[in-house]
Design a protein around this ligand. Structure first.
Ligand code: CMP
Length: 830
């Protein structure tokens, strides 16, 4: 058999073998990677020749190398799918909520691990610092799949899982960046200054992110154009992962890892809405598949070396691994017990209980990325043979430790910490639900049994847990009003986080909005879970407040005049508020019908109170937008009404079809038409912020007497200014540097508690300019406002040219002064 046939046979045979492990891993409840490693070690041991001279594993691997799979080849082949799949699986919106702490945590954790491991190991083993630092970087990447799976099982706050998943995603990037720098240093590149390293790192990261972002946006655009070509769409993402990695790494010299991760995040958030549900499904399946193949192969390939490595291991290596284990535990301890509490004290992350901290500390397993890096380093010609061996033995030894010692002890640890038990609150919910369901189901079963003429089974057979004892016990559990309140809120919040899916299934929400609303529901649920009623309230308050992204877009608009981002954000906000209003009203209904049984009437009326407050706040925020953009509001509303109508149409057709009033063909034809109508409703229209200067000028009566030349002159001097509700424009006592004209919206003038509203077409801030006096009132926006600002300098030149304008403005100012209590006349007016 020739070499390439041997390799293909070897690789595919291995894949077949490892795939059988997956169902087995589920049965024995161990992470799949543990079994993979076991298999690899076993295969490696089998392959070691009796003489131990040249193992088959080695020759297989050597033939892989001959085939072109060099050290780089391994990373090039396996890293992109590992990283892309990880990025695709993360909930991008929730990730963005905590972006700063996550990145900070990831980078700090990698640096701390690299340093602590490097310094301890070099002191212990006598290997050079660069080599031990390299080991530190290699094992700094965490694999959180196991911990996150357990978190999911025990219903840990989602935000905690996102923090851990996000950390793992970005620490890969940070560790690989450090890895690359260290290998360069080892190759004997002249030692760069720390400043050079930092600059390199920064450029590499920003460059990688930019390339990843652009390529992903391009792919999304193409995917959108090829609406029905599922195979092409999926293939585009595969190509995107490899092209972004290799283009950055090999061609542009910026971070390929960051490029892949960014591309995956962009596809995960924006790509979803560009493809059909089926295409998204097959895209996810394909990536799960690629991830599985890469993880499996890389693990088995690496584990096959373990027997070789053990054969070559010195007795001191074992002690060194022990030191390494201790060093990483210390490093992780610094992060989990030092940095994380600090972040939560600064309000940047979820507060952690001691039990969760312990699990995060112990549960930092190492996975495929670590192994891939170790293999690459072990084949790096720049390292001496002894160093190669040391790196491989240490890294794989460490990975095996995390897999064989840490992973299997993780669940017992959770049990010991009582993390796997339902909290008393959750137990209460369970028991009540069982009791209620038993009553409802039992009744229906009895009726059904009656219909078909058999005797009804005892209802405890219908829901086995609902033994009479359990029910009596649940009734006997004493709950305080406070507990019931919290329980009810928990139920409502759980419902809220699912409601958006219902609306999506009915075609009322599009996928993008589902994501947004789901993330919002998740935050509220996390709020109740971690801090009860107060947590619910504060999460609900945050939900109606404008998002950070809106503030960022506003900032960008003000700095650069680029309004598209801002208008997209405002349109999002409008849609969110509209849907929130609908969902909250449904929750009110749900509270009335379902929650009352669970927690009692008096509690539900309290909950109804909170919901009513939320509805009011949401409506108020929405009306502020509606007031400013009535046409847009009407358009968006009518789209939603149309969607709801189409949803009703569907159930109408279906019921006729089910009653055999129409045939299958007719139903299909009607459905086809309906779908076409739904598609035609399409996406929302772009939002026009009305910030065009000419449009704004026409709103101010003061300017109506100007001729064309005058208007042009004016247009050059005026600056549009977009202001948000409650924004303070002028503060009493300040020095006045400009005056404002209101092109739309309204402001409130507050002079010592004496309040006046100024509307579209009015102006303010003129007095300080006319009288050369400090501002005599506070001026604050009431809703969204489009203002025109005129600087003092331009004001003076303008009124010199147009004395009538000055007279008009001064006249208004005099009237206002007259209205103001204790008005002191300025020198101009005297
Ligand atoms: P200025 O003093 O520059 O800053 C505060 C502004 O509030 C002031 O200019 C006027 O434009 C406005 N203002 C003060 N008093 C009144 C009033 N009674 N009615 C309307 N606007 C007023």
């Amino acid at each position: 058999m020739n070499e390439s046939a041997l390799i293909v046979l070897g690789v595919t045979g291995l894949l077949g073998l490892v795939s059988l492990l997956l169902p087995f891993a589920r049965r024995v409840n161990l992470p799949y990677t543990v079994l993979l490693a076991l298999l690899g070690v076993g295969l490696g041991a089998l392959a070691v020749d009796a003489d131990g001279a040249q193992s088959a594993a080695m020759s297989f691997f050597q033939s892989l190398r001959a085939f072109g799979l060099t050290d780089d080849g391994l990373l090039n082949l396996f890293l992109p799918p590992l990283l892309f799949a990880a990025g695709l699986n993360i909930d991008v919106r929730r990730l963005m909520d905590d972006f700063a702490p996550i990145v900070l945590l990831a980078v700090v954790a990698v640096v701390v691990c690299t340093l602590i491991v490097g310094v301890t190991l070099t002191a212990f083993s006598g290997h050079g610092l660069l080599v031990t630092l390299l080991i530190g970087a290699i094992i700094a990447t965490t694999d959180t799949a196991a911990v996150v799976a357990i978190f999911r099982d025990i219903g840990a706050p989602r935000r905690l899982s996102i923090l851990v998943e996000g950390e793992s995603l970005f620490n890969d990037a940070a560790a690989i960046a450090i890895f690359a720098i260290l290998t360069q240093l080892i190759m004997g590149a002249s030692a760069p200054t720390p400043l050079d390293v930092a600059a390199d790192l920064f450029l590499g990261l920003v460059g990688g992110a930019a390339v990843g972002f652009l390529l992903a946006q391009g792919s999304i655009y193409l995917m959108g154009m090829l609406r029905d070509a599922v195979l092409t769409q999926v293939t585009l993402t595969v190509s995107l992962a490899y092209v972004s990695y290799l283009a950055c790494d090999a061609l542009l010299g910026v971070s390929g890892v960051i490029a892949v991760v960014t591309a995956a995040l962009v596809i995960g958030s924006g790509g979803r809405t560009m493809v059909s549900v089926e295409a998204w499904q097959s895209l996810k399946t394909t990536w799960a598949q690629l991830d599985f193949w890469s993880t499996s192969l890389i693990f088995v390939l690496a584990a096959m070396f373990v027997p070789d490595a053990l054969a070559a291991a010195h007795p001191t290596d074992l002690a060194a691994i022990l030191v390494l284990v201790l060093a990483t535990l210390v490093a992780r301890g610094v992060i989990v017990f030092g940095v994380m509490p600090l972040l939560s004290r600064l309000g940047m992350s979820q507060p952690l209980t001691g039990a969760y901290q312990t699990v995060l500390w112990w549960g930092a397993l190492r996975g495929a990325v670590t192994v891939a890096l170790a293999l690459a380093a072990a084949n790096d010609p720049a390292l001496s043979e002894d160093s190669q061996r040391f790196v491989l033995v240490m890294s794989t030894g460490f990975v095996l430790f995390t897999l064989f010692v840490k992973a299997p002890t993780l669940r017992p640890l959770m049990r010991a910490l009582a993390l796997d038990q339902l909290s008393p609150k959750e137990r209460l919910i369970r028991d009540r639900v069982i009791a209620l369901s038993r009553a409802a189901v039992g009744e229906r079963v009895a009726r059904l049994a009656d219909d078909i003429g058999i005797q009804a089974p005892g209802s405890e057979n219908v829901i086995p847990d609902a033994t009479p004892e359990a029910i009596t016990a649940s009734a006997a559990i004493e709950t305080s009003a406070e507990e019931r309140f919290e329980l009810g809120l928990l139920t409502i919040a759980t419902r809220e986080s699912q409601l958006s899916y219902d609306l999506y299934d009915r075609g009322i929400l599009d996928r993008r909005m589902v994501e947004i609303m789901r993330a919002q529901g998740g935050r509220i649920l996390d709020g109740v879970k971690s801090s009860g009623v107060d947590g619910y309230r504060s999460a609900a308050e945050t939900a109606v407040r404008p998002k950070n992204a809106l503030h960022r877009a506003l900032w960008i608009y003000r700095k650069t005049g680029f309004a598209q981002l801002l208008s997209a954000q405002l349109a999002d906000r409008f849609e969110e508020l509209l849907i929130s209003g609908v969902m909250l009203r449904q929750l009110l209904d749900y509270n009335e019908r379902q929650v009352a049984e669970l927690v009692g009437r008096s509690t539900t009326s309290e909950i109804a109170g909170i919901l009513a407050e939320r509805i009011e706040a949401t409506d108020r925020a929405r009306e502020a937008l509606e007031l400013q953009y009535p046409a847009y509001a009407a358009d968006l509303r009518s789209r939603y009404v149309d969607r709801i109508a189409l949803d009703l149409e569907e159930s109408e057709y279906r019921s006729r079809f089910e009653q055999s009033l129409i045939s299958g063909e007719v139903f299909e034809a009607l459905e086809g038409q309906r779908q076409a109508k739904r598609r035609a409703l399409g996406n929302r229209p772009p939002m026009d912020l009305g910030l065009k200067l000419t449009q704004m000028l026409s709103k101010v009566p003061l300017f109506s007497s100007l001729d064309d030349a005058g208007l042009r002159n004016l247009a050059r001097r005026l600056r549009p200014y977009f202001a948000v509700p409650s924004e303070a424009i002028i503060g009493e006592g300040e020095i006045g540097k400009q005056m404002y004209f209101i092109a739309s919206g309204s402001v409130e003038v507050d002079r010592g508690g004496n309040r006046t509203t100024l509307n579209e077409g009015d102006f303010f801030g003129e007095m300080a300019l006319l009288n050369d006096s400090p501002r005599n009132a506070d001026v604050c926006c009431q809703g969204y406002c489009n203002l025109l600002s005129l600087s003092r300098n331009d004001f003076e030149q303008l009124v010199k040219q147009y004395p009538k304008m000055r007279a008009d403005i001064a006249k208004t100012a005099r009237q206002r002064t007259g209205l103001n209590p204790n008005a002191s006349l300025g020198k101009q007016d005297a």
